[in-house]
Design a protein around this ligand. Structure first.
Ligand SMILES: [Zn+2]
Length: 307
């Protein structure tokens, strides 16, 4: 065999290897990276888990690209947050996927919001004039590790139903994950004990569960209404409130433009803490590592250091 032909054969063989699906009994797709990270820990080597949104992407607005529908076409289980977080993009993908397993109501579709107690349920019916308000409550509940444990339990049971032969593995992985999260949570709470009662300004209502868990108070939001970008009159008002209440930090996710938050942060003054928006699952990050990073940034913020 000539060296050229050998190389050609070798690269063909390699290509073939690379295009083989990873050996997995259950194909799981999760809408957001944090959810994918949880599912991956439970699934271990028995499940292949693919996130639809990138950790740097705003989960309210994900491009419903055809390659995402293709992932859904092959999925046994689609995990969504629910509470209408994905309402702007997921139904399009579910329709395009041509997979009866993962349509709403199908055995392979699950909204994990059913496992938690939603915060900020609007008291009266809302319409779009009030902004991007979620009528079932605030969907950003995976910032609270106590909710993550509940969600992990729910995911485990559904995986065990869909793939009964690996049920014991899923349950064992859940037990290990729960113990790790509980241990880590005790450390996080200790490091952030100083946040109790602290007033902060946030960009979007993503801080609801974080505040509920850690005991800080979000006194104002840079968005005048959820999903509506800040405007000068509203920002001036927030700055006034922040100064009056002596807000200690400005918080926002890394996927939002930070010009306004930087301005408010410098004028108040209070450090701007940019929160990593999701687990970098594709880069091998775990949920616990992702939270470690968030806790570190909040801890720095308490010491007056911005991100
Ligand atoms: Zn939101």
């Amino acid at each position: 065999m000539s060296p050229f032909r050998f190389l050609a054969a070798l690269s063909a063989a390699l290509l073939c290897l690379l295009s083989l699906p990873a050996h997995a009994d259950l194909r799981v797709v999760a809408t957001v990276p944090d959810l994918a990270a949880i599912a991956k820990t439970i699934g271990g080597d028995k499940a292949q888990v693919i996130p639809l949104a990138l950790p740097t992407q705003d989960p309210h607005f994900v491009d419903a690209k055809p390659n995402l529908a293709l992932e859904l076409n092959r999925a046994d289980l689609l995990l969504a947050i629910g509470l209408q977080l994905e309402i702007g993009w997921l139904p399009t993908l579910q329709n395009g996927a041509r997979n009866p397993r993962i349509v709403s109501g199908g055995q392979g579709y699950m909204e994990v919001s059913q496992f938690i107690r939603p915060l900020e349920i609007p008291p009266v019916s809302v319409d779009r004039s009030q902004g991007d308000v979620h009528p079932g409550g605030n969907p950003h509940f995976l910032y609270d590790p106590r909710n993550v444990v509940r969600v992990a339990q729910g995911i485990t049971e559904r995986m065990a139903t869909l793939d009964a032969k690996n049920a014991d593995t899923y349950r064992a992985n859940l037990a290990k994950f729960t113990a790790e999260v509980e241990k880590a949570r005790a450390g996080w709470e200790q490091r952030l004990a100083g946040l109790k009662g602290v007033p902060v300004v946030a960009y979007h209502r993503t801080t609801a569960y974080l505040a509920d868990w850690l005991g800080f108070e979000t006194i104002a939001y840079l968005e005048p209404k959820p999903g509506i970008p800040p405007n000068p009159a509203h920002v001036a008002q927030v700055l006034g409130q922040g100064r009056q209440r002596k807000a200690r930090m400005v918080l926002q996710e890394d996927y939002y433009p930070n010009t306004t938050a930087r301005l408010v942060s410098s004028k108040m003054p209070a450090p701007l803490v940019v929160m990593p928006a999701g687990t970098n699952v594709r880069g091998g990050q775990t949920y616990i590592q992702r939270m470690d990073e968030l806790v570190q940034r909040l801890e720095n913020g308490l010491k007056g250091q911005g991100t």
